[in-house]
Write a protein that binds this ligand. Sequence first.
Ligand SMILES: Cc1cc2nc3c(=O)[nH]c(=O)nc-3n(C[C@H](O)[C@H](O)[C@H](O)COP(=O)(O)OP(=O)(O)OC[C@H]3O[C@@H](n4cnc5c(N)ncnc54)[C@H](O)[C@@H]3O)c2cc1C
Length: 424
Amino acid sequence: MTVLIAGGGIGGLTLALSLHQVGIPARVFESVPELRPLGVGINVLPHAVRELTELDLADRLDAEGVRTRELAYFSKRGQPIWSEPRGIEAGYKWPQFSIHRGMLQQILLETAIERLGRDNVLTSHHLSAWAETGDGIRADFIDKATGRPAGTFEGALLIAADGIHSTVRDKLYPDEGPPIWNGRILWRGITLAGAFLTGRTMIMAGHETLKFVCYPISRAPDANGKYRINWIAERHMPPTYQWRREDYNRTAKLEEFLPWFENWTFDWLDVPGLIRNCPHAYEYPLVDRDPIPQWSFGRVTLLGDAAHPMYPIGSNGASQAILDARVLSREILAHGTTQAALAAYEAERRPATSELVMLNRRNGPEQVMQIVEERAPDGFAVVTDVLSQQELEEVAANYKRVAGFQVDALNAKPPIVPRGGAAR
Ligand SMILES: Cc1cc2nc3c(=O)[nH]c(=O)nc-3n(C[C@H](O)[C@H](O)[C@H](O)COP(=O)(O)OP(=O)(O)OC[C@H]3O[C@@H](n4cnc5c(N)ncnc54)[C@H](O)[C@@H]3O)c2cc1C
């Protein structure tokens, strides 16, 4: 029987493709009438790229994304703190990609339509309710634009991949309330600008209360020699700040952040220039939710941001949703479309992602920037005067362990979904 998937984001579409790969019927129900390439840049880490490669998407990712070569941390003065190779350059068998989120979603969407058929990827279908039947589940959908019923569908399981404002999570945890804001706002944009550092470097500069991240998301320069540079400026706001509910498409107000970055002109990057030359910037409050004690209820489970919304620190939002989808597919292949499959999926993914949510609250690998700011706010001659090489390496290694992307371990692991595996 069909697996019903609520949500056509990165997690829901990857799940649909993964189930199709192993011969299990799936149908995606997406709330919006048309999936447009929304969002700005994101990173997909090698462990998740590996899974997309298993889905035969590597060439398409390579055509659209940038193979991130290096991650480098800097102080607010642009002084280097730590850098490490990423992706292939770090020894992984798979690259790390910096890519426009909307482009990644389009690749998944087009492939899902090609492979599952258009009838199995339905838009304007917003999940509104569900009920267990004797041996399956019945889900009701509405067209959110009109409020009218859009149909009732039966399946074996219902997977809620419906994002940070998940309808299913809201019904399972009615007292949870809105996502938790941590006092910081992100402003995000894409600016056409010259290449910097290696041309494939992702940089982070600043510290816990004021930070700037950027990386290129286009491979080739345009006619003027410019690349699409994705950037995120982040500022800790005063307690009186009236934050606006998270919405990926809310327009930014430059005066709320540009002045704080005005003197961040480094000899290798012009931060205020990047901000000023951006045609359209967006604001987003840094929110997450507390880990919950249970994801699966009867024939329903949560996946991706619906299950574990986390700060977009350490490039894990999309990557973890992809891993969820692959583990769930493996378990459905092993146990059939049963509650046992959901239990096995949850047993692996809930502890792993809960730990990551908490680690991201402590700033993940970016702790090194805060330590430098606290110990040497006026700058330094060499970074190892401030922080030992061992401290630097430990922070980076611990994050990779929790996020599941240690080089040797990942390279040696078999693929999550067994090759050639297909449902009987
Ligand atoms: C428009 C948009 C822009 C984003 N931009 C960025 C970005 O720039 N940078 C970044 O780091 N992350 C961004 N994200 C978040 C990022 O995509 C996720 O953190 C990550 O990919 C996990 O994916 P997900 O599939 O769990 O959730 P999402 O990618 O959020 O997908 C959830 C999907 O479910 C749909 N949906 C919601 N409710 C229902 C319902 N009741 N029934 C059916 N469908 C429903 C939503 O329309 C959405 O398409 C964005 C998400 C969205 C929706």
